[in-house]
Design a protein around this ligand. Structure first.
Ligand code: BTN
Length: 242
């Protein structure tokens, strides 16, 4: 894996998109920044990116146009992050599709962007992990959030976490390239938050309310509706109904 370290950047995903022609198309390039001045989350949200406190990274690589289960590629990064968190004896859950929660608070998120070409796809997998944020840093985030520092009561070594994540993601990406999402299916479903609970999910067109049922073997969400039908969603934004 090639790694590029930046002091300050608007967004590591935007940087990767602007510079990907300069990167080796046969390997993974990881862009890491100390701070982002315009960090982006899913659904046009802002990603709070103060200097030196967290991980802001984008993994760029190419996949064949017809790669198996391409729609679930962001789940692979989500699982790589959860694997590293589990090694630290934390208990992460996945709020489908790609939010990582600890004690119902968000600790990490993944932003996947793609560019389709004649026979390959550029993948930009951006990951933000709250590492050393203290409560006053988290106040400006518009949802319940936490950090590794708060969950472990220990200051976190950012480069050590990045190294572990790069290693884990390399292994997971190899498996994905060979067998798609299927080998990860059980692991993903075991970590699924709100399973069996009523949730609201906006799929980009309409809002669905139903019971969070399961995940298909290519990573889509099955929602059990009040009329006893199941709707399968490719992507969306999910919230919990108390
Ligand atoms: C989300 O949960 O909404 C996704 C958050 C993704 C944030 C990361 S930080 C590194 C990369 N660069 C960005 O601008 N966003 C992603």
């Amino acid at each position: 894996m090639n790694t590029i370290f930046l002091d300050s950047v608007n967004s590591t995903n935007s940087f990767a998109k602007e510079h990907c022609q300069e990167f080796d198309p046969h390997s993974v390039t990881c862009i890491i920044a100390q701070e982002q001045t315009a960090g982006r989350g899913r659904m046009n949200r802002k990603w709070h990116s103060p200097k030196g406190l967290n991980i802001y990274a984008t993994f760029y690589f190419q996949l064949p146009l017809h790669a198996l289960h391409l729609i679930s590629i962001a789940h692979i990064m989500t699982l790589s992050v959860t694997t590293v968190l589990l090694q630290k004896n934390l208990q992460p859950q996945i709020k489908w599709p790609n939010d990582i929660l600890i004690h119902q608070k968000k600790i990490a998120g993944v932003l996947c962007e793609t560019a389709f070409h004649s026979d390959w796809v550029d993948i930009f997998l951006g990951v933000g992990i709250n590492m050393n944020m203290k409560p006053h840093h988290l106040e400006s985030i518009d949802q319940k959030a936490t950090s590794l520092l708060l969950e472990t009561n220990q200051p976190q070594n950012i480069s050590d976490f990045i190294q572990k994540l790069q290693k884990q993601f390399s292994v997971d990406l190899q498996t994905f390239k060979q067998n798609g999402f299927t080998p990860f299916h059980a692991q993903f479903e075991n970590l699924l938050a709100f399973k069996g609970e009523t949730i609201r999910c906006f799929d980009g067109h309409r809002e669905w309310v139903g019971i969070c049922h399961s995940v298909t073997n290519d990573g889509q969400l099955n929602l059990f509706l009040p009329n006893h039908e199941i709707v399968t969603l490719r992507s969306g934004d999910l919230s919990y109904i108390k």
